[in-house]
Design a binder for this molecule. Structure first.
Ligand SMILES: CC(C)(COP(=O)(O)OP(=O)(O)OC[C@H]1O[C@@H](n2cnc3c(N)ncnc32)[C@H](O)[C@@H]1OP(=O)(O)O)[C@@H](O)C(=O)NCCC(=O)NCCSC(=O)C[C@](C)(O)C(=O)O
Ligand SMILES: [Mg+2]
Length: 353
């Protein structure tokens, strides 16, 4: 471990100064696309106006014989696209793959000035982040970049989950962590065959009533991801970085996707991945607090005055702790509204009603 005094020192001579706080920028939908797929690449100019973050994916879902094409496609897109308010991220190949090194050696000099975040898959511990941290610093120095590229880890191995706190605090570059439910399920030997979402077999059942152990017993499906998401949220919040749900693979099931995303939102996540254009609006809707909740939060803040003591509003007790929760909602709403005029209008309207 570096000493606390050295934590914010650049890791290479001439590399940009590390950030002291992760800037909040809307990142409700991290939209994945294959930069080597001409049909998807053609949609990028349109997507930059719809998504908060475009993620040029180089890792899983890109066939082995298309890795270079995808990387070169991302360079072209990075060079030729005006991203406006949207961010450009990439998911590099995993550190044990034959492509990881070339991903960084190619992308940083070519489009490092446009690249906001590098997603590192299958992170197992702080050592993986330290490796990327030093290499990025060297490449940034060589390319003369003026701001550091941030790093986002995917939590998709059992070892990674066991080490999530040290991963979250491994570098000032750490921007956030996403759940990677598909690889994580395999790594844990879970018996699911899906990308995220629930499973009908993971349930609790009400107690038997009388002699017949089958009669009248309700079952309730449980959330397979609750433990991991909650642990990830705590690790991120404790280290001042941002948690994300990750992907929901059943593209057709827009209802189940919305529910899974909302669970993550309520637990503290700030966004999720969209794998298909149909999931973009779900993520943007779910990860923007509702106008009614924002209006309520502002009312509590107003009526709580200096934020201490108690007041009753509509029969509900408010105190120092509820006003803090309301500030979380109201501040998020302000930050999102600053970049989303439609949302700003909806929040203003709810305030008047
Ligand atoms: C699911 C797929 C195959 C369905 O693709 P499709 O072509 O069958 O769908 P479609 O409904 O027919 O597509 C309609 C149109 O939208 C386009 N399109 C479709 N998707 C996109 C997209 N994402 N971005 C931009 N455009 C897209 C598509 O090309 C088509 O264009 P067209 O109208 O001109 O013909 C396709 O959407 C896709 O490949 N999505 C990305 C998949 C991906 O990135 N997977 C990896 C992330 S999840 C993961 O890695 C797990 C994790 C974290 O690692 C772990 O849990 O372990
Ligand atoms: Mg994966």
């Amino acid at each position: 471990m570096r000493s606390p005094k050295d934590f914010f020192r650049p890791l290479a001579l001439g590399a940009p100064q590390p950030v002291r706080e992760i800037p909040f920028r809307p990142s409700r939908a991290l939209h994945f696309f294959d930069p080597g797929n001409p049909k998807m690449a053609a949609k990028v100019p349109d997507l930059v106006t719809q998504v908060d973050v475009l993620v040029g994916n180089l890792e899983d879902a890109i066939p082995a014989d298309r890795k270079e094409v995808a990387r070169e496609g991302l360079v072209e897109i990075g060079k030729n696209t005006d991203f406006g308010d949207a961010q450009l991220w990439t998911r590099m190949n995993s550190l044990d793959s034959p492509w990881a090194l070339d991903d960084l050696l190619t992308l940083v000099p070519a489009i490092g000035h446009k690249l906001d975040v590098v997603i590192v898959p299958k992170v197992e511990g702080a050592q993986d982040i330290h490796y990327v941290d030093r290499l990025l610093a060297q490449l940034e120095a060589k390319a003369g970049l003026e701001r550091p590229i941030l790093v986002h880890a995917i939590l998709e191995t059992a070892t990674g989950v066991a080490n999530v706190e040290e991963i979250a605090g491994a570098s000032p570059r750490m921007q956030g962590i996403s759940l990677g439910p598909a690889d994580l399920a395999a790594s844990r030997r879970m018996k699911t065959t899906r990308v995220g979402g629930g499973h009908p077999g993971y349930l609790v059942r009400t107690d038997p009533v009388g002699e017949d152990i089958t009669a009248g017993r309700q079952t309730y499906q449980q959330d397979l991801w609750h433990y991991t998401v909650a642990r990830m949220v705590d690790a991120c919040a404790a280290n001042g970085i941002l948690p994300y749900y990750g992907p929901f693979g059943d593209i057709r099931d827009t209802v189940g996707c919305e529910d899974q995303f909302r669970n993550a939102f309520l637990l503290g996540c700030v966004g999720a991945w969209s794998l298909h254009p149909a999931q973009i609006k779900i993520a943007k809707k779910v990860f923007s607090p509702s106008p009614e909740d924002v209006a309520w939060a502002r009312r509590v803040i107003r009526e709580m005055g200096d934020g201490t003591g108690t007041v009753m509003i509509d029969g509900k007790m408010q105190d120092d702790a509820t006003v803090k929760q309301c500030r979380v909602v109201a501040e998020l709403a302000d930050q999102l509204a600053a970049r989303d005029p439609e949302l700003a209008e909806a929040y203003a309207q709810a305030q008047k009603d």
